[in-house]
Design a protein around this ligand. Sequence first.
Ligand SMILES: Cc1ncc(COP(=O)(O)O)c(C=O)c1O
Length: 388
Amino acid sequence: MFWHLQENVVTDSDLDLLVSFIRETKRFTQFEKVLEFEEAFAKWQGCRFCVFVNSGSAANLLLVAAAKELHGWENGSEVIVPAVTWPTTVTPVMQLGLTPVFVDANLSDLSLDYDRIEALITPKTRAIFVAHLLGFPADVTRLKAIIAGRDIVVLEDCCESQGACLGGTKVGNLGEAGTFSFYWGHHMTTVEGGMLCTDDEEMYRLCRLKRSHGLARELPPAQHGAIKEAHPGIDFNFLFLTDGFNMRNTEFNAVLGLAQLARIDDFIVQRNKNFRAFVAACSQYREELLILDRPGMSSFVLPFFFKDRQRKEAFQAVIREGGIESRPLISGNLLRQPFLSCYYNDQDFPNADFIHTNAFYIGNNQFVDGKRLDVLFPLMHDFFGSRS
Ligand SMILES: Cc1ncc(COP(=O)(O)O)c(C=O)c1O
């Protein structure tokens, strides 16, 4: 393979920085660098508050836990979730005693089939947890119009779509809060890591507590005095204000995050440049391929959607021979996965089923360039041309 799904995006300069930081610092676990990374990310994202955690999945779990507590959602409250996404958009809902209500994907931005949502809303619906997939921004404006006047919030999983925008606003700033993943195949990396972004101060406060066992000392120092006074009988350093997790990340990961964040805009430009060339190449084969392209996108990968399943399998074999690695599109139709199969039926998820059987993707990142595309495009030309 010469073109892998994921590549080492940690550069020599990142490594040098890490080595000198490790030699100098006396603090390895969450401390000043984490705070500095949160502030830098908030500035880049254009939001008020950020909470750095140890994965995108942790950010999703933290978000749903905080939203549940903040809004007082009872167990069994319903959250509308996508049928196509990474499992950890959905699993926090189940793990926290809420009920997932699955909606089919759409085939224009891959998120939710907007036309099916209204029928799924019940008096128990509390949230829509939308995932912006493969760098395509979901139409949150449309979601908000559907839920207008109801006590339902929008939560955003942006783990695959850092830097994507809807009408000029970055995804993650469109709902109550958004989450990002810095796993090493993503737009930027902290090797493992995730971020939760919000403009809501109460949400931020709760997330800081829950990230770290529920400990009061995790709150901004300006708030400590009043809390100490309210709980005089408990040592402030061991005062637990709510239930929590340990989702903290380390100072090393934050140092890497700061270095990568300084280059993220360039990474996104290169990814989108590759994507534009890819779309131009695919558009010659519209008879066989469905082409997805959205304004404001921030390309995650290069996806193929074949109208015919056998042709998809044949082409996947061709590129494998050509040294290009590919994989199913995210996790396919999630409801076909064993742990969710009780939610599956074969009428309500035609688009998710189509994605499951007829789509795959190959990698895109800042190392993908004209040289690689010059290998891919002739393979496409030979394959699609051979049909006619
Ligand atoms: C849509 C989506 N949500 C959540 C995650 C989880 O992120 P992490 O791997 O950092 O836990 C991913 C991971 O790729 C993802 O694609």
